[in-house]
Design a protein around this ligand. Structure first.
Ligand SMILES: [Zn+2]
Length: 241
């Protein structure tokens, strides 16, 4: 009987390992996705930043074009001044020129503001480019390892399951079935420890009579509440069942 109890404890350890592999089967693909998504996000951010800078540059070119148009116009008016006959016309043309020059200096201050914005955008894009490089570096560094781990999990689960099944065949069939059902229905936990007089699975208090049975290790003790197999630490003395 002690041998059976030991086998049950070993099987539970193997099922614990299988449980951990299954958690990794959920977690590792998420981590892989995060790496990929981080690169995608950083790429999108940089693209948005570059688009923003292009729009600033477009505005700059448009305003520079306006300045040129106004300057040409002002020069044309300036040339016409010498041909003016009346004082009234002279004044009118002069005020046109003054108006154009006001316009030009207004646009020049807009261009200065845009230059500030352009410099900010350049600095920001430099940061975004660095962030992208970091994300890409991260992906390069971890992707292969994660994929290999993900690929190996199925095999690990299979081999651990095979190891557990090899132990299981040494047990009576009804016990194997009960163990299997507990693993399936009780959070992958069929065998639990006696934890200070309570079931290590559900915390239900173990009756005195059952505590004695646990110590004797002559029969399998099931929790009266959750049905899990409760074990005391397996003693290593040589007494036969
Ligand atoms: Zn219990």
């Amino acid at each position: 009987m002690r041998e059976q109890l030991k086998t049950l404890a070993e099987m539970q350890l193997l099922d614990n390992a299988i449980g951990r592999y299954k958690v990794l089967q959920q977690e590792l693909p998420k981590q892989l996705n995060e790496l990929i998504e981080a690169v995608e996000q950083a790429t999108a951010d940089l693209l948005a930043g570059e688009t923003e800078k292009m729009e600033i540059n477009k505005k700059q070119r448009a305003l520079e074009g306006d300045i040129k148009t106004f300057q040409d116009q002002a020069r044309k008016y300036g040339n016409q001044l010498s041909e003016i006959k009346t004082n009234k016309e002279y004044k009118a043309l002069n005020s046109e020129i003054a108006y154009l020059q006001d316009k030009i200096s207004e646009i020049e201050s807009q261009l200065l503001e845009l230059m500030d914005l352009e410099n900010e955008a350049k600095a920001k894009n430099l940061e975004l480019k660095k962030a992208l490089e970091v994300a890409e570096g991260n992906k390069r560094a971890k992707e292969g390892d994660l994929k290999a781990q993900i690929d190996s999990l199925e095999n690990k689960i299979e081999s651990t399951r095979a190891e557990r099944n090899k132990l299981a065949v040494t047990l009576p069939v009804p016990l194997i079935k009960r163990y299997g059902n507990l693993i399936k229905n009780k959070d992958n936990l069929a065998v639990v420890a006696n934890r200070d007089g309570s079931c290590g699975g559900c915390g239900f208090v173990i009756r005195q009579q059952m505590r004695i049975e646990l110590q004797l290790q002559k029969k399998i003790v099931y929790c009266e509440n959750c049905g899990r197999i409760i074990l005391d630490p397996i003693t290593e003395d040589s007494e036969e069942d």
